[in-house]
Design a protein around this ligand. Structure first.
Ligand code: HEC
Length: 126
């Protein structure tokens, strides 16, 4: 029951600790229909974008055999990882989070879409 303690931070409140089965199913569907064209979840299998296998808490721009844009290489030096906050900001407007990224995706406006995809990626674990 402690999982449901109300977080003081609004952002965390929008991303419940335990995502419902519905969220995960919606996240998987969104991933397949939107992200899957450019990203696989298989280690080492890259499409236009890098494999997102174990992307949860992975450092930004960290896949050794994927050629990232110069903008991503630069951003990777920050050492930041793909946590919920970073993914939420990136998926809202990729070009705002990392200027001149090559990821051709305009972003999800609806926070619920972002939360569902993030919950799905997180559920896949490391
Ligand atoms: C049209 C192709 C395309 C689509 C659609 C797309 N991506 Fe990407 N994605 C890319 C490319 C290309 C990169 C590498 C960007 C760069 O090098 O600037 C990337 C990078 C990423 C990264 C950073 C990975 C890393 O190793 O640091 C994440 C996370 C990501 N995408 C998530 C998503 C998610 C989630 C979706 C669906 C909501 C999505 N992408 C949709 C092409 C795409």
């Amino acid at each position: 029951m402690f999982k449901h303690i109300v977080f003081s931070c609004l952002f965390l409140a929008a991303l419940p600790v335990s995502a419902s089965a519905d969220d995960l199913a919606r996240g998987e569907e969104l991933f397949r229909s939107v992200c899957g064209a450019c990203h696989s979840l298989t280690p080492g299998r890259h499409r236009t974008g890098p494999s997102l296998h174990a992307v949860w808490r992975r450092p930004i721009g960290n896949v050794a055999d994927f050629r990232y844009s110069a903008a991503f290489v630069e951003r990777s030096k920050s050492g930041d990882v793909w946590n919920a906050e970073a993914l939420d900001t990136f998926l809202k407007k990729p070009r705002r989070y990392i200027k001149r990224t090559r990821m051709q995706f305009k972003g999800f406006k609806d926070p619920a879409d972002r939360a569902a995809v993030i919950a799905y990626l997180k559920s896949l674990g490391k």
